[in-house]
Unconditional design. Sequence first.
Length: 561
Amino acid sequence: MYEEYFGLKSKPFSIVPDPAYFFMSSGHREALAHLMYGIENEGGFVLLTGEVGAGKTTVCRRLLQSMPEDVEVAFILNPKVSVEELLATICDEFRISYPAGTTSIKVFVALISDYLLDIHQRSRRAVVIIEEAQNLKPEVLEQLRLLTNLETNQRKLLQMIMLGQPELREMLQHPQLRQLSQRITARYHLGPLRREEVRQYVDYRLAVSGLVRGQLFSPSALRKLFRLTGGIPRLINVICDRALLGAFVQGKDLVDLSTLRRAAREVFGKDGLGPRRDRVARLAWGTAALLFLCAIAGAAYFALTGGHPLQQEVLRTKAKEPVAEEKVYQVRPDTPDAGKDSEALGSATLERPPGESAAQLRESAFAALFAQWHAKYSPGSQNVCDQAGEQGLTCFAASGKLDDLRAMNKPAVLKLLDEKKQGYYGTLTSFKGDQASIAVGNETRAVEVREIGKWWSGEYLLLWREPPSYTGVLRPGGRGPMVAWVEERLADAQGKAAPAVPGEKYGPALAEQVKQFQIMSGNVPDGIVGPRTIIGLSAFAKTDDPLLYDGKGRTGDVLHP
């Protein structure tokens, strides 16, 4: 009803878990990473819990989109069943035939076992995903555990992913279920959005819906939205949908505070909060207080240490462990033949090299990174980022996923974890389809991309070159030569000619192009041109800066080399 009025292509705040509207908050990013890790780990249980409406199902839908092609999935929506009914449902989902009227657990298990062995011989895997798993009965959970006993000498044949409300965690602490709890290889609790993320969440969903003009929610309305919902995405969707309808009926150009309050009263009741009032209010105030304390602690910590944990680590002048002075790091820039000495392309692993300390692996990793930029690296003499700065380069450290690195398209040092969860380092130097080249120690290994997820902690540090006109973050309404640089790179990314007359002001039309680029790059579409966006755009510049893959094509190729 209000879509045409606001210039939207679709309803931005539907409560249907559409993956196209998946907002990658820090919590949702971590949740997805844990699920992917569990799948790549092959075996046992993966647990994702969260409050009602926190976004567990949306994360699951995004997971299904990213599922490897060799995985067969059984998706169970109603787990409030008996053991026999659950086994029958698993058979139905995997399209396993069984005699009509079968009620024998033994028959069902035998059929499932034969199916798992069959797909294993065809180099395929099976995953069972269970929604609302807090409704599972103890005897059903025990049967699921027994199903994961199906295995070969090399691997388990069935992976279980359980999504549920917080009480699921309490259930699994019961002594009766301790064996199942011990088999959980990855677990994550998805919390509410933070105050700033609520604003980003609203902007993101509006951008995906095609918003091309200004803001639709006033700052005061967004602040009230956080207080009313406590950062729960489903509540945000319900109130925002009703608020946009209210603004349309009143003929307003945006949702102001009074319109939002009226929408909340319609959703929750006359006092605007309904039966969840006390609980959500406590959650909101408790979250705000916790964030305030964390902000103070974080500010002090960052002031003392210099930023992201990985950057803090490499900024130290001396390594924790002594590095032998006679050790020479001669890692050459990656070439098309890198990794050709492996037994077969993609056959290598990222296991920690024996006999090399963490300090030695760290130094060789940064030697490899600098070599990609044809820059000089002196181990142990000066911290990494200072050395980079003296050669016109800037450090960027963060935590994320491989899609982030693909989008920025720059070689990066990855913090890896061995079997004992001890950190060591490798340098991602190239992507080629489903293969990647990573320098570990003094060798470059050709590995499958999926192998990276088994060892990578998610932390990375890369180098980038600031554009000559760069003076800081460019925001809508800003001016300067950086505007022309952004226009040129967007034109390159889209395969178009650069504007004949360079722009001087960062106006709404250009901001919309930037937002579209940010959406395709997996970033928050806020229109702010900061380091992430600049790094991604710079892949299209006509320079000799190193790339993970040829990024001179169209924008869509950025995410799928």
